[in-house]
Each structure stands twice: as structure tokens, then as C-alpha cells.
Write a protein that binds this ligand. Structure first.
Ligand code: BGC
Ligand code: NOJ
Length: 814
């Protein structure tokens, strides 16, 4: 069952039923001002940091679902009926409801009682505000008097404090209302130099800023008393809950259309210019007035919208494909790339599953996200790499997270996730391959942000490499530390205390438990580092990396192989995890996917054997589960993984982040059909038809789909902010379609289904437009390349020497 459809031409998903199984959201903003917006106008806004600069309030985990937002109410002046064109919060049965989620904007509306209304929400580039462009059309045969109301609920900036510290917060709310603009200025009197504003393009017939006055006692946003009465009360909030609500009385002739613009924004003043007149307590509005005036003009708003569209055309234009499969095309060309940008902007902070008050930026997560967005925002990716590396510890280890506002490592979580350092190598490698900007390796970067500790980024990578070699266990495999990619495999945390954090508790000595997954990651990252070192002419570093990678590969074959697949780990007692000897958790996806991705066992049949076992034991119609059998009880020595009921999350859920490792592994064996089959099983668009089962948005990946052991098999959770976006993008773009940046040029190495006659692609790479046509002549993956009509050897296309800006490539598959 579907709740809408893809409009690929407009790069939109159009939701046609408001009662989606969960709020299906979109993101507004791509620089400093952001918002989450659901298909029913739910969500909230913030400036830079979803916890510390929250503009509007949101009630998480609420019943009914998703009921704080950017709400508009229309009222029939004659009958007194009122409704919301976005369905929520009044939930009237409207006609022609639709929500178009597009690139950085959404248009939501419906028709009720002959009155059609749609609102286009977006954040203009380079501005710290959002525009709501409401269009109302009278479809009745007669004149209609329609008072329109728009309302938001302000958050008192720190979203955590806002939701907990009521003894203070009920006393501090302050607003100003001047020239029809509502200003939210809680704490502006003291240490804040920022305020929010809510403005309206039309002369208003009333406002409210006190929630009690607007809603009325014991009433909700679904039936505000002032809207029911048809007249706002001009209330001024003192203490209690400040809101912003405007009223505009429309009088529409039959067929007439009117537009109203509402602006919600954020503004800062210099500390010495906060008040006007100086010495007063009144906000100095000098800097904000022109911005408000500008965007209250429909012409300016439209122009800003056009610029936003151009911005996305440009970003998405960097890689466009035309394959025989619509799901692939729309995910690669539109939604998967868009989701990668959301992970760049949000990391893991704000979604329907991340409250915006919790996690900072993960070291592992951010490095992996980079793989998916580096081609779109290379300059910002460069900065992200330097920020991440600056939090690296002198040991080569990493804080597991850092705070985006301070860019400091997060001490509460600390370090000791022994896979972390290697993701930095992979992130840097991806950056170098995309940009060819080798200068980044010379950048002086501190350790743990300590001034004076700066060393070239290249040295940081070397420390990442050594970190593992200095932490080998009894089998010479890498010690796991607190956990590896699987945050829930906590082999050194024996916890019997409810609520104790698995992520930060280490109460075993940590000298025994080893990870075969980290071994595979180490092999892969060390070979990347070797390539980087040889490019720099540091041949002894290169040889050392290669030698250690080789040694680790042998160790994996000796101690990390279970006969039919790669083991997952050794526990604190030196017992195997992910072995046929185990009762539960006999085979895992991570070690098998990553070891083969790293090339281990390609030469001796182990890779093929392992992937056959993955297929047999882990593949389901909804994707590959993390392990089998699921853990059916809590194991003290395994940690959080066994805390989840079978089939959910790390306990045998379908982790969409690691499925692509197996896809890539399959391409390394030349299995295009198998890789593509796995790709489609979790491709959100390909799952659109079963939206009632999948339940999350059909246009973006979710972190997890419940596995076959779960009663809700096939149900997705944690959509949007997940490493799934980047890895699936890499798997399809670079390994299945095989358009792959390398240090020396663009490599073309498709491993696509046998049934595909071919495909075309356009890739902008280092300033050159590559037009690629792949044609299948035989059933294999052998490739014959011509560049601008001239046959060439190999399959890497070097950057044109003569400054040409467009290159045409034909690749024949045989
Ligand atoms: C989740 C993991 C997550 C970890 C760290 C766990 O509860 O299952 O997916 O990475 O928390 O936040
Ligand atoms: C989510 C975390 O953000 C990611 O870093 C981790 O690898 C997965 N969960 C698996 O535990």
C-alpha cells in the first residue's frame, strides 16, 4: 500500500494521504538555520544547534503523534467552522490533501468547504529564517470571509532545559510586538544576544503571544479557543509559555486567490547594540527590519525559492544516471544524494528518532557520512575532516563524539571504540580521491584540540594505523575496546545494573576480546594509507602499511575463519562469537561483509564461501540481518546487543548501513546480479509499495528494518540520519554502477545485472564533465573503454591534460 507517489521530474515525493503510518518528514535549511517539517506541518526549527538554539518547541513521543508545528488555521466566517489545510492539528477530512516534499522545501495543503489552501515552506539560502508562503483560493461560487491564523510555540532556546526546568521557565518568557511583528526575547535581557521573530506580510487583525490566551485552558493546538472564537486576543506573554500567532481576515471573491507570507527567523545583535534606545530593554531591530521587509515581498520570496532550486540542481547534477531501473535512478539522482546531505547537515542530531538534545557528532559516523557527500561539498568536507582530526587523541584513538558548537571531543562518552581511528583514514582517502587536493595532508592539526600539539594530518593517519598495532590481542587480532562498528557488542562491559550505559562502561581488562571486523577494517584502511603514502613518495611508510595489512590478512585467515565464514570476534574469555560453535549469534554480517570488501579471501575461495553463507543464513526478503540466530536472552558478556528483543536493532535487525558492505563484497566477486538484488531489497523506493509494512518514509533509508525474528518483520525505524545513506550511495554509485573516483582519475568498473543492456551517467569530477555510456555486449564484467572515441588500456580515465572540460567515455562490457 502506498501513501503517495514519486514525482521525479520535480524531485518531489507527493504524499496524498495525511495519515501516514509515522510523520514523514523533510528538512528545511542547508547552512545554519534548519527545520524539520512533517507531511502534516509538524516539526521544529533551530539555529545551528538543535539543543542549544531551539526556536520552536516540540513534544516528542506524543499522543497524538507529531503535534507541534507550523500551523495554519482557516475559519469560515459564516459557519464558524475552522480547519487546518495541513490536516494536523485539527485533522478534518479535507479533499485533495497533498504534501510535496522537495529538495529543501515542502508544499502542504488541501481543500475544505470550497477553500483551497497550500503553504510552501522553505529556508532561503544565506538567511536565518524560514518562509511560509500561504496561497488561499476561494473555489466557491460566492464570496467568502476567511479569517486566517498562523501559530507557533516558542522554545526557550535550550531544548533540554526547556523540557525540564519548569520552576524557572514559567517565569522567564518575554516577547515584544512591534509593527505587527512578534519578537521572542526570553533571556535577551541577560546573556543572550539573539531573538526570534514571527512576521506576516498582510495587515493583521490580531495577534497572541500567550499560549493560554490563544489555546484556552485545557485545550490543545487542535482547537485553539481564539481560533474557535474567530478573534485573537492581543495577549502579551509574561513568564509562562510564549507563542506567536497572527490573524489575517481575508475577504475573497469567488475564484479569487490571495497569498500571505509568514516569516519565522533568528537574529543576533552585537552585544553592545542589543537595545534601542541604548539603556532600554527594547530589542534593537535595526539589523532585522530590512531582512523582514525583504522576504515579506512575494517577489523576493519567489526569487529566493528559485535560487534554492538552482542550488539543488547544481549539487545533484554532479552525478546523474539513467539506468533501466526507476528505483535506482530516483535514489541515485535525487533522494539518496539528498539524504547524504541531510547527514552532513544534521549528523545524528535531529530527526523523528533523534531528539536534537542528545548526541554530538560521532567520529565514526561523520567520517563515513563523508563518503556520501564529499563530491557535493568538497570544501566543507575538508573542514569537517580537519575538525574531526583535531579531536583525535595523541594515542591515535578518538573521542567517540564531539560537540559541533565547540568542536571539542565529548568527555562524557570518551574514547576506546577501537574501530574509530580507521574511519578517519577512509574519510581522508575519499576526500583525496574526489578532489586530488593533497595539500590537506600537510595541514597542521592538533591532537585533542591542544594548542602546540599540531602535526600534519598525514601523521594523524599514521597514528590511526599504529593505534591498532599497539592494541592486538591473544590471536594478534585487534582488541575491540568498548565496541567496534557494532556499538552494542560491548565485550568488556559486564553490566547488571539497569540503566547503566553500555557505551561508557568498561569493567573488564580489555586485553582479550578481539574483533575480526576491525581486522578487516584495518586491512582495508592500511592499504588505503599505503596508497596515500606511496603517492607522497614515502615508500617506507607504504611498505610498512602493506606488510602489516598482509600480516593481518594472514591472521584473519588463521584465527578469524570459522570454516564457512569469517568469525565475528573473541569474547572476554577468549571464546568465539559468530562461530558454528555458538548456540546463538553463529554468523554475523559485519566481519563477512568487510573482510571481503577489504579483499580478504578473494584469492583462496574464502570470500566466495563466506558470501554464500551470508546468503544462506542472513538474507531475508527485507534485507540482510546482522546475525543469526538472534540472541534470545541477555548475555552479560555480550552487552547491549543482547538487550534488544530478537530481530530489533543490533540483535539481528536488518541494519541497512552494513548491507552495502555485502553488496560491495559481491561486486568484488563479480556478482552483479546478487549485489543488485541486495541493493533493491532495502532500496526505499523499491519498498514504497509496502509502505504499510515499512512505515517510514519511502524516499530515504532507515537505519534499521526489523529482522525475521521480530513480530514486525519488515518495519523500518530511524529514518534519515544514518550511515546507511552514505554506504548505499557508495555501493550503487561506485561499485555496482562502478563510477569510482581514484587517486589517479575516474575509474569505470560496473558490475551490473546481466539483464541490463547498459546505462548512461554524467559525473562532474575535478571540474570536468564526464559523459559515460556503458553498453553490455556479453554477460561478464570485462570492460573495454574508449575516451572521446579512442580505445584505451585499463579502466581509469585520467584528468584531461589539455584542459578539456568535457570528456565522453564509452565502456563496453563483455
Ligand atoms: C544503539 C546503537 C547506537 C548506540 C549509540 C545504541 O542504543 O542501538 O545503534 O549506535 O546506542 O548511541
Ligand atoms: C548507530 C551508530 O551511529 C553507528 O556509529 C553504529 O555503527 C551503528 N549504530 C551500529 O551499532
Amino acid at each position: 500500500m502506498k501513501f503517495g507517489y514519486f514525482d521525479d521530474r520535480n524531485r518531489e515525493y507527493v504524499i496524498t494521504r495525511p495519515d501516514t503510518p509515522l510523520p514523514w518528514i523533510n528538512y528545511l535549511g542547508c547552512q545554519e538555520y534548519f527545520g524539520i517539517l512533517s507531511n502534516n506541518a509538524g516539526g521544529y526549527s533551530f539555529y545551528r544547534d538543535a539543543r542549544l538554539r531551539r526556536l520552536t518547541r516540540y513534544r516528542y513521543n506524543n499522543a497524538p503523534l507529531d503535534c507541534s508545528g507550523r500551523y495554519i488555521y482557516l475559519r469560515d466566517g459564516d459557519s464558524g467552522k475552522f480547519w487546518s489545510p495541513s490536516w494536523q492539528p485539527t485533522r478534518h477530512d479535507a479533499e485533495d490533501y497533498s504534501c510535496r516534499h522537495g529538495m529543501g522545501y515542502s508544499i502542504i495543503g488541501s481543500t475544505f468547504a470550497g477553500i483551497e489552501a497550500h503553504t510552501r515552506y522553505f529556508v532561503p539560502l544565506d538567511e536565518n529564517l524560514e518562509i511560509w508562503q500561504l496561497t488561499v483560493t476561494n473555489r466557491r461560487a460566492a464570496r467568502a470571509r476567511i479569517p486566517v491564523f498562523a501559530g507557533i510555540e516558542f522554545c526557550l532556546w535550550d531544548a533540554q532545559d526547556d523540557a525540564t526546568n519548569f520552576q524557572r521557565n514559567y517565569n522567564i518568557g518575554e516577547v515584544e510586538v512591534v509593527d505587527g511583528v512578534i519578537y521572542h526575547k526570553t533571556e535577551y535581557r541577560e546573556r543572550r544576544n539573539h531573538f526570534a521573530f514571527f512576521a506576516c506580510s498582510e495587515p493583521t487583525s490580531g495577534f497572541d503571544t500567550a499560549r493560554d490566551a490563544f489555546l484556552g485552558p485545557y485545550r490543545g493546538w487542535d482547537s485553539p479557543a481564539a481560533v474557535a472564537a474567530g478573534q485573537l486576543t492581543n495577549s502579551i506573554a509574561h513568564g509562562w509559555a510564549p507563542i506567536g500567532a497572527h490573524q489575517v481576515n481575508l475577504d475573497l471573491a469567488a475564484g479569487e486567490t490571495r497569498q500571505i507570507i509568514f516569516l519565522l527567523g533568528y537574529q543576533e545583535n552585537a552585544n553592545d547594540r542589543k537595545f534601542s534606545p541604548p539603556g532600554s530593554q527594547t530589542i534593537n531591530k535595526e539589523s532585522v527590519r530590512p531582512v523582514i521587509a525583504k522576504y515579506l515581498s512575494a517577489k523576493e520570496a519567489d526569487a529566493a525559492f528559485d535560487r534554492l532550486r538552482e542550488h539543488w540542481d547544481k549539487l545533484l547534477g554532479i552525478f546523474q544516471v539513467n539506468t533501466p531501473d526507476a528505483h535506482t535512478n530516483r535514489m541515485v539522482n535525487i533522494w539518496n544524494a539528498y539524504q547524504c546531505m541531510a547527514t552532513f547537515n544534521m549528523s545524528r542530531s535531529a530527526s523523528s528518532f533523534e531528539s536534537g538534545i542528545g548526541r554530538g557528532l560521532g567520529f565514526r559516523d561523520s567520517n563515513q557520512d563523508l563518503l556520501g557527500f564529499v563530491h557535493m561539498v568538497p570544501v566543507r568536507a575538508r573542514q569537517r575532516i580537519l575538525d574531526l582530526a583535531s579531536t583525535q587523541l595523541a594515542t591515535g584513538g578518538a573521542y567517540h563524539q564531539y560537540q559541533p558548537l565547540t568542536k571539542r571531543g565529548n568527555n562524557d562518552i570518551g574514547s576506546g571504540f577501537n574501530d574509530d581511528p580507521h574511519w578517519l583514514i577512509l574519510g581522508v582517502a575519499a576526500y583525496l580521491k574526489e578532489t586530488g587536493d593533497w595539500s590537506i595532508l600537510d595541514e597542521p592539526v592538533p591532537y585533542d584540540n591542544q594548542p602546540g600539539s599540531e602535526a600534519p594530518l598525514y601523521d594523524h593517519l599514521q597514528r590511526s594505523f599504529r593505534y591498532t598495532l599497539e592494541r592486538l590481542g591473544p590471536h594478534r587480532l585487534p582488541l575491540i575496546g568498548r565496541a567496534d562498528w557494532n556499538d552494542c557488542l560491548n565485550l568488556n562491559c559486564f553490566s547488571n545494573t539497569p540503566g547503566m550505559s553500555f557505551q561508557t562502561t568498561t569493567n573488564q581488562d580489555g586485553k582479550v576480546a578481539e574483533s575480526v571486523f576491525i581486522a578487516g577494517l584495518f586491512v582495508h584502511a592500511s592499504r588505503e594509507l599505503a596508497a596515500i603514502a606511496s603517492h607522497l613518495g614515502r615508500s617506507s611508510d607504504a611498505s610498512r602499511c602493506l606488510a602489516e595489512a598482509e600480516k593481518m590478512e594472514q591472521t584473519v585467515k588463521e584465527h578469524g575463519w570459522d570454516g564457512e565464514w569469517f568469525l565475528r570476534a573473541y569474547d572476554h574469555f577468549g571464546h568465539k562469537i559468530g562461530s558454528k560453535e555458538c548456540d546463538e549469534g553463529r554468523i554475523f554480517i559485519e566481519s563477512n561483509g568487510f573482510c571481503v570488501l577489504a579483499g580478504i579471501g578473494l584469492d583462496d575461495g574464502r570470500a566466495a564461501t563466506a558470501l554464500a553463507a551470508v546468503r544462506e543464513h542472513l538474507a531475508t526478503k527485507h534485507g540482510l540481518v546482522v546475525h543469526q540466530p538472534a540472541y534470545t536472552r541477555y548475555y552479560l558478556h555480550l552487552g547491549e546487543i543482547s538487550s534488544y528483543p530478537p530481530g530489533y536493532k543490533e540483535n539481528a535487525g536488518i541494519f541497512c548501513h552494513v548491507n552495502p558492505w555485502v553488496m560491495i563484497a559481491e561486486t568484488r566477486l563479480g556478482h552483479g546480479d546478487q549485489a543488485y538484488d541486495y541493493y533493491l531489497r532495502i532500496n526505499p523506493s523499491a519498498r514504497e509499495e509496502i509502505s504499510e509494512v515499512h512505515r517510514c518514509e519511502p524516499y530515504v533509508y532507515a537505519q534499521m528494518i526489523a529482522g525475521k525474528d521480530a513480530p514486525a518483520f519488515g518495519e523500518a525505524k530511524n529514518s534519515w540520519l544514518t550511515g546507511t545513506a552514505a554506504w548505499n550511495y557508495c555501493a550503487i554509485a561506485q561499485w555496482i554502477l562502478g563510477v569510482r573516483p581514484t587517486y589517479d582519475g575516474l575509474e569505470i568498473a560496473p558490475v551490473v545485472p546481466v539483464s541490463w543492456p547498459g546505462f548512461t551517467a554524467t559525473r562532474v569530477f575535478r571540474g570536468v564533465v564526464y559523459k559515460i555510456a556503458v553498453e553490455r555486449k556479453g554477460a561478464g564484467n570485462r570492460i573495454a573503454l574508449t575516451i572521446d572515441g579512442v580505445p584505451v588500456k585499463g579502466n581509469v580515465v585520467p584528468p584531461p591534460k589539455d584542459g578539456r572540460k568535457e570528456v565522453s567515455i564509452t565502456a563496453v562490457l563483455n
